[in-house]
Design a protein around this ligand. Sequence first.
Ligand code: G6Q
Length: 549
Amino acid sequence: MSKKSVIKPLTQRPAWKALATHQKKIAKLHLRELFAANKQRGEKLTAEAIGLFLDYSKNRITAETLKLLLQLAKESNLRGRMDAMFAGEKINFTENRAVLHTALRAPKNAKVFVDGKNVVPDVHAVLDKMTEFAKRVRSGAWKGHTGKRIKNIVNIGIGGSDLGPVMAYEALRHYSQRDLVFRFVSNVDGADFVEAMQDLNPAETLFVVSSKTFTTQETMTNAESARDWLLRGLGGNKKAVAKHFVAVSTNAEKVSAFGIDTANMFGFWDWVGGRYSMDSAIGLSTMLAVGPENFRALLAGFHEMDEHFRTAPFEKNLPVLMALLSVWNTNFLGAETVAVLPYENYLKRFPAYLQQLTMESNGKSVTLDGKKVNYETSPIYWGEPGTNGQHSFYQLIHQGTRLIPCDFIAFGKALTPLGRHHDLLLANALAQSEALAFGKTAAEVKAEKVADALVPHKVFEGNRPSNTILADRLTPAVLGKLVALYEHIVFVQGAIWSVNPFDQWGVELGKALAQRIVPELENTTLPPLKHDSSTNNLIRRYRKMKSAR
Ligand code: G6Q
């Protein structure tokens, strides 16, 4: 993904133009007709690799659509871009960084070079250090300041230093050590910290301060409150900090200035982006929860998907297929969002995790060459686990005016089998994609002797696209595969849209403005306000509100 791309602007690529013409030709085709025309469609339009089965037959595509999408991938130099990423080229050129989350899960004997240095030995050294530490905490060998064993682990971090750890903890809770309590504090809103600490004993609590930069306002504010809370609870001896705080960071200087012994710091590198870091030391809380072996199985799952992505032909390549389908739905069918609907309660935070991964990555409107795009980029990713969503927003997906492609994720086996629950869960997952695709015609409604006036209300147009992903059951390895699947989907989308998925300049402005406003809220005398009239007025009003009795 070099800065000067030789490929044509997206809308001038021949495959893009052909897709636009093709879309007009097949616009009227309904999934009912597509399925009727090919009895094997549901078996043919599928792909299976590394234990994940993808059924993409319920997308509004023909063989020609697929051919043109694959052609678009070629014309977008997808292969070249993949090679550049895996080779450690500085494809995140706006920050002059390599993008090597794939090196975090590379086996020990692999070689991945950044600036001429093989980074794999460093990755494994940190993993080994995490392993040692996790073993000591989990076994009770690591003692707190008063000699008590650690029972509570609180991860303090935000964004990429929080969403992955929270999601992974929830997803892998089944595999977690149940006598340890895990909490995650992210928001600068004090309520987050206060509620998380409510029932915890400082003598038994370990804080993992996770921050790549160790300067993030929210995390440092929470970490300082945590230090105060701990010292208050343990009689004020500053030495206690060393036994109750560890850090995950790239910034040793700041970690040590905070009072954390750098021997208890777990490092990572600038070639790991925050939202791509749950498999780095940022995953320390995950390893503490599920143990080193399960954590390594998670990494092995990531790696399997990396290898699949790197080596499988595009027409059988799960991330490539799913990314191309999302481009089709977004750019040619006008879909604005993608609903991710896991039929697995342990994956309840997966959609929230994907929001950052997808939208912070491809929520961009300039190309690699700095030109304004003239097409849509990232759709809005959102979702909730099934079946809960069915009793809430699915109405709009079925009968609303918007087209919302869905990714259903389901498993052959429950982690916690209970009576008929899993069959009922799966019946719902399968029924939803069937209903979305095929709907119910007016004739079908009438045949049920529904009163004429009600018929239009009971019609389901159908023709709503979806993917279904099936795996055997949610293991650490499968979680790794799923996360890597979406990481690479994002990468392929970025390649097609010619944007840089690895920077996030869009979060900077608000941060800088907040820094400016802080003293205007905190100073006893109001400094002269130089904002717009709305912001000035809101500042004055807040000051009045906070000082009013
Ligand atoms: C992710 C972003 C962002 C980052 C947080 C936390 O890709 O860069 O979400 O993870 O802002 O940053 P620190 O880890 O530096 O505290």
